[in-house]
Design a protein around this ligand. Structure first.
Ligand SMILES: *Cc1c(COP(=O)(O)O)cnc(C)c1O
Length: 486
């Protein structure tokens, strides 16, 4: 459904129109027919649009404006921490000495880059309260898998091969059970109680001598702090299991509390969330993993070590789970995270958490009269509403999300976590102003009123975007990515 009159670039084609000017050739022309094996040369010209440079400029600029990013508007996508990515990070990542390195360069010629990686590891160790960190994993889910493989190796090394199960709460992010399965474990679900926290009785019931680990994020995916975390750690540890911390919600505890002090043995961080790496296009991300001392032997190799004042990669790690990524991680994202940590400092990171939590609570309380609030307690950096009230009026949470597009917002996360009906999960982050938060809340209130007075306008939204509602399954499974002549 096209709502815009702007013609597609193929429709603008005029024979003979040219969009480039190249200098005259000053080398001998080569006969491609001689270089390429037979059958590889095109027999016909490709059907490309013949357009001017200005046409092509407008084409790409128009496409770019159809995108929504943190730099173009508010993006309260719960659990994803869509905070502003400071541009100083980009400047530093573009320094020639970083951007032009080759991963196969000799260690002696990249000491500065290794120092940055080593220092970043040290900062992450301090921030998480762990004993060692690897920067190899390329994203959060990859970090989860890496951590679980280490836990697996640890149990195996102890001859503890009956530990085949990983316990995850019913509010867990989908990557948790997925990573556990890919790492060869069976997942067991532990229920949440009426306060939205892990049910301790149920935890005692499911944890036993077949438990390899409990995977948990704290605050959990409802934005609530698991107050009983020390007791939970005790339950799992005394049964011989390990505690895995999904660090996607670290923005809520930075400089305030550390997973290592809560009893966790393994932690992954999403540098592209908490530490301002951009999420653009699904990556590249960075999902460093921190471990406590007894898991250090299993870290992916090579491990970056400091020898005197030299930095080097140590490959002599017989118990390592091996390499989990070509080379040493997504270095460019590490440079951005390092820049962020250094520019913020400990007090800055503390202010991040305080403002992220304040912003979320402010929005939650302003929205409370208009939407159902399943857990009426202070939240951390995000909170969940339920669209149950609106659903009774025939307006689903999906409709509310689509209507927000008309106001120029990226919708919040919806239908996650799974244990809240018609869930709407809002994470404002600390980088948004009160004016922006108020404007978004006003839009949500208007939509709640529309649901009562004029539900069609919400049910039929969006009204202002280029494309209306998609068949989301078909769009993901069978995307149409090429121009098709009508
Ligand atoms: C984002 C997220 C993940 C996965 O991280 P990726 O970097 O997207 O792979 C895991 N758990 C939670 C709670 C998350 O929000």
């Amino acid at each position: 459904m096209h709502k815009e009159d702007q013609p597609l670039i193929f429709e603008l084609s005029t024979e003979g129109r040219i969009g480039y000017s190249l200098p005259e050739m000053d080398i001998p022309e080569i006969d491609l027919g001689e270089l390429l094996p037979e059958g590889y040369l095109r027999e016909e010209e490709p059907e490309l649009p013949e357009v001017s440079e200005l046409d092509i400029m407008r084409h790409y600029t128009a496409l770019s404006k159809r995108n929504h990013g943190v730099d173009s508007g508010f993006y309260p996508l719960g659990s994803c921490t869509m905070k502003y990515n400071p541009k100083i990070n980009e400047n530093v990542a573009r320094f020639n000495g970083f951007a032009h390195l080759h991963p196969l360069q000799d260690e002696s010629s990249v000491q500065g880059a290794l120092e940055l990686m080593y220092d970043l590891q040290e900062h992450l160790i301090e921030i998480t309260g762990m004993d060692e960190v690897t920067l190899q994993p390329a994203a959060g889910a990859h970090g989860e898998w890496t951590g679980l493989m280490m836990i697996r190796s640890y149990h195996e090394a102890n001859g503890d091969t009956k530990r085949t199960k990983v316990v995850v709460p019913d509010s867990a992010h989908g990557t948790n059970p997925a990573s556990a399965t890919v790492a060869g474990f069976e997942t067991v679900t532990v229920k949440s109680d009426e306060n939205g926290l892990v049910d301790l009785e149920d935890l005692r019931r499911v944890v036993g001598e077949d438990t390899a680990a409990l995977m948990l994020t704290n605050p959990n995916t409802l934005g609530l702090f698991e107050e009983n975390i020390l007791e939970m750690a005790e339950i799992v540890h005394s049964a011989g299991g390990k505690l895995y911390y999904d660090g996607a919600n670290l923005n809520a505890v930075l400089s305030k509390a550390r997973p290592g002090d809560m009893g966790f043995d393994v932690v992954h961080l999403n540098l592209h969330k908490t530490f301002t790496g951009p999420h653009g296009g699904g990556g590249p991300g960075s999902g460093p993993v921190g471990v406590k001392a007894d898991l250090i032997p299993y870290l992916p190799k090579p491990v970056l070590v400091k020898n005197g004042d030299q930095y080097e990669f140590d490959y002599d790690r017989p118990q390592s789970i091996g390499r989990v990524k070509p080379y040493y991680g997504n270095f460019g994202i590490n440079v951005r995270a390092y820049t962020y940590i250094r520019t913020m400092g400990p007090d800055g990171l503390k202010a991040v958490t305080e403002n992220a939590v304040l912003n979320a609570n402010y929005m939650m309380r302003r929205l409370e009269p208009f939407f159902d609030l399943p857990f009426d307690r202070h939240c951390k950096h995000e909170f969940v509403l339920s669209g149950k009230r609106q659903k009774r009026l025939g307006v689903r949470t999906l409709d509310i999300a689509k209507r927000l597009l008309d106001f120029g917002y990226h919708p919040p996360t919806i239908y996650f976590p799974l244990n809240v009906e018609e869930c709407i999960m809002i994470e404002p982050t600390e980088t948004e102003s009160k004016e922006t938060l108020d404007a978004f809340v006003d839009a949500m209130i208007q939509i709640a009123k529309e649901a009562e007075e004029n539900p069609e306008i919400v049910q039929e939204a969006p009204h202002t975007t280029v494309i209306g509602r998609l068949d989301e399954t078909m769009a993901a499974r069978k995307p149409v990515l090429r121009y098709q002549k009508q």
